[in-house]
Design a protein around this ligand. Structure first.
Ligand SMILES: NC(=O)C1=CN([C@@H]2O[C@H](COP(=O)(O)OP(=O)(O)OC[C@H]3O[C@@H](n4cnc5c(N)ncnc54)[C@H](O)[C@@H]3O)[C@@H](O)[C@H]2O)C=CC1
Ligand SMILES: CC(=O)C(=O)O
Ligand SMILES: [Mg+2]
Length: 654
């Protein structure tokens, strides 16, 4: 296979060599020379054909070294081009007589009780850790026992957060091996509670916090991030966190949680991820009144000022980290659509519009196959016409046009409902721009104000909830959906997706869906529900829910964009992620009647999504990988590309 310049020299170093670098005050000429040797050693271990020394004039390096204390501790130096380089040298701690304590305090170097006897001597660790030498597996067993012993999900989250802050590899091994149990703790639903209380729970920084008062220093703040050249950033302004509304700076928890899944579900190296919250103030009165609130105590600015801040942020990102992809997360509706359009030619995508669109399309493809209602006879009612609702409708519409329907025919399959009822052209209110495309004009002047009225009128086959409102799929609504599907013929099944997060915002529960449809619903929810067992005439029947959450798409989409070195994220890349995901189910999952892979297989799914996204980037002409690399992959096919992707990703071991 053609040699390929790895997506990051630092990450390949991290993958292929044990942790090592160490503290230094590199201010003298001699220490700079030591640095030179160290860099030289390090670069020889790198698989990437990149020699940091080649670009570094040591004199200039010495003059320009302006490292923060944290940089020094973590072993980074800045060269005269402003590029932060990491050096790693197994023996450095010993040679410089640095304390083993520093090794234990650096989460990327810490191995807990897994340091070998040799390492304990060479890193001055003797006596600083208990005598026993344990495997990573044993340490994971201890951690799981601790988690299971904690009473509340917040306590479990805090335990995990502390583990992440002290031992990176152990935390991610644990997450990867127990993703089904731990994802609900590091992500929805628990992350919703964490965000609500973030300012109270806060113990240590885990992100970049950029306030609108720091507009002139965004580039400097980005450079303060201690890890060089991140590949992926999740940014939020906290204005619509899950279905919980404006949480201000407390919304940073969602950026942290999403990135934990980039690592846990797609294997992007932890040091390549960057969570950011843009603190523009908040309209959340509870936050503004809270004496512990960590954000700016001011109302949000006008859309014009927010847009200028966003422009400045995106310009700074391009200047400081030109290779980094930016995932926009949980921006309120208008901003979500506006910014996606505004920056669509940059390295970015919007997870709530595009990621959700793709994940729901994937589930919809599977659901149609199970429903007994042919694709062409499906009619979809969306409860909620915001960023996620319209994003999903657009993605499903694309599916129909690709299968031969005209745009008009495809559009007619969709009925969007918001707080005022069915979205129609003549409803009498000024429709937000994003709703226009799906506004109905075939209602003969009649307005349908309630969901029941809409179901009675449309006779849908699928009901999709993206309202952030608990319980709007009432018993009468769900039974009406079932009747409308039943009326089309025997054995048909309704598609019912209450997708809002967290669980407290779900449009209905899985148990309700099963009860009200006598078990016939094809169900997916945004946050996880447990399986349901019903008993009838001594016969037990167990039903399995699906989790229709963009976690099945964004990690693979981001990984594919990074690995293909895409110059931007195209619509085809997003659409392809949906088709790829829909084809990921294994025999057992098909037999169980699922429409998404089990969450424990999300890593497998991410690799396939990433592979197909890479190929789409190539087809679109946005992959900047060398031509000969693609020629080889195209010759060898998916097996070679899959193997290559798997070789790039982070798989923590001690
Ligand atoms: N499962 C998943 O992967 C994802 C789930 N979501 C969830 O979707 C929900 C909505 O997110 P966005 O679309 O971004 O919010 P949004 O604020 O843009 O849209 C909400 C929409 O729901 C409508 N709505 C609210 N209450 C309603 C009610 N009682 N009846 C009818 N319509 C109502 C609003 O008019 C608006 O059209 C959130 O809970 C979010 O967590 C969002 C993205 C991904
Ligand atoms: C899952 C997600 O992105 C949301 O609920 O906003
Ligand atoms: Mg979101």
């Amino acid at each position: 296979m053609a040699s390929y310049n790895n997506f990051s020299s630092a990450s390949s170093d991290n993958l292929s060599t044990p942790r090592s670098a160490s503290p230094s005050s590199m201010t003298s000429r001699s220490s700079a020379t030591t640095l030179s040797k160290r860099m030289s050693l390090s670069s020889r271990r790198n698989t990437a054909p990149f020699n940091p020394l080649a670009a570094v004039d040591m004199e200039a390096l010495e003059n320009s070294m302006k490292m923060s204390a944290l940089d020094q501790l973590r072993g980074y130096a800045q060269d005269h081009y402003g590029t932060v380089k990491q050096y790693r040298d197994v023996d450095y701690v010993t040679r410089n007589n640095a304390g083993g304590n520093q090794v234990l305090r650096e989460p990327a170097w810490n191995k807990g009780t897994s340091f070998t006897p040799g390492e304990r001597v060479s890193k001055n660790l003797s006596g600083l850790v208990p005598h026993v030498m344990e495997s990573m597996e044993t340490q994971c067993t201890r951690a799981m026992r601790m988690i299971n012993s904690r009473g509340t999900n917040i306590d479990k989250y805090l335990y995990l957060s502390n583990l992440k802050a002290t031992n990176t590899d152990l935390f991610y091994r644990l997450l990867m091996d127990n993703v089904g149990q731990l994802m609900p703790l590091v992500y929805t639903p628990t992350i919703g509670d964490v965000c609500l209380q973030y300012s109270t729970l806060y113990t240590h920084p885990e992100a970049l916090y950029i306030s609108i008062k720091q507009r002139k220093s965004i580039a400097t703040i980005l450079r303060n991030w201690p890890y060089p050249n991140p590949s992926i950033c999740v940014v939020t302004d906290g204005s619509r966190i899950l279905g919980l509304g404006d949480l201000g700076v407390n919304g940073v928890g969602i950026a942290i949680g999403k990135l934990a899944l980039y690592i846990g579900a797609a294997g992007i190296h932890p040091e390549k991820t960057l969570p950011i919250v843009l603190d523009c103030g908040t309209s959340n009165e509870d936050n503004l009144r809270d004496p512990l609130y960590l954000g700016l105590r001011q109302k949000r600015p006008s859309p014009e000022v927010a847009r200028e801040f966003m422009d400045e942020f995106m310009a700074a990102v391009k200047e400081v980290y030109p290779e980094m992809f930016v995932q926009f997360e949980d921006f309120e509706t208008e901003k979500a659509f506006e910014y996606l359009d505004r920056y669509k030619n940059e390295k970015m995508f919007n997870d709530d519009i595009q990621g959700t669109g793709a994940v729901v399309l994937a589930g919809y493809i599977g659901a149609v196959n199970l429903s007994g209602v042919p694709m062409e006879d499906q009619k979809l009612v969306f409860m909620g016409a915001g960023s996620a609702g319209v994003g999903v409708a657009k993605q499903v519409m694309e599916y129909y046009t690709r299968r031969g329907l005209t745009e008009k025919e495809a559009r007619e399959k969709f009925y969007l409902v918001d707080t005022k009822g069915l979205v129609t052209r003549d409803r009498g209110d000024k429709l937000a721009e994003h709703k226009n495309i799906f506004a109905r004009s075939d209602n003969n002047g009649h307005q349908f104000r309630t969901l029941e009225e809409v179901i009675e009128y449309v006779k849908p086959t699928a009901l999709i909830g993206l309202t952030a409102t608990f319980g709007v799929f009432t018993e009468s609504v769900v039974r009406a959906l079932k009747s409308s599907v039943d009326s089309g013929g025997f054995g048909r099944r309704p598609i019912l997706f209450p997708l809002s997060n967290p669980l407290t915002k779900a449009e209905c529960t899985f148990e309700q869906a099963i009860t009200w449809t006598e078990g016939s619903a094809i169900f997916a929810s945004g946050s996880p529900f447990s399986s349901v067992t019903t008993k009838s005439h001594d016969m037990a029947m167990t039903y399995h829910p699906n989790q229709g959450n963009n976690v099945y798409v964004f990690p693979g989409l981001g990984l594919g964009a990074i690995l293909s070195k895409a110059s931007r994220v195209t619509d085809l890349m997003v659409y392809t992620s949906a088709e790829a995901l829909s084809g990921c189910l294994n025999q057992e999952e098909i037999r169980m009647g699922l429409i998404y892979p089990k969450i424990s297989r999300v890593r497998d799914a991410s690799v396939i999504v990433a592979r197909e996204v890479m190929k789409a980037a190539r087809r679109e002409g946005v992959s900047t990988l060398p031509e000969e690399t693609w020629v080889e992959w195209e010759e060898w096919g998916d097996v070679a590309l899959t193997k290559w992707i798997k070789a790039q990703v982070y798989d923590p071991q001690f």
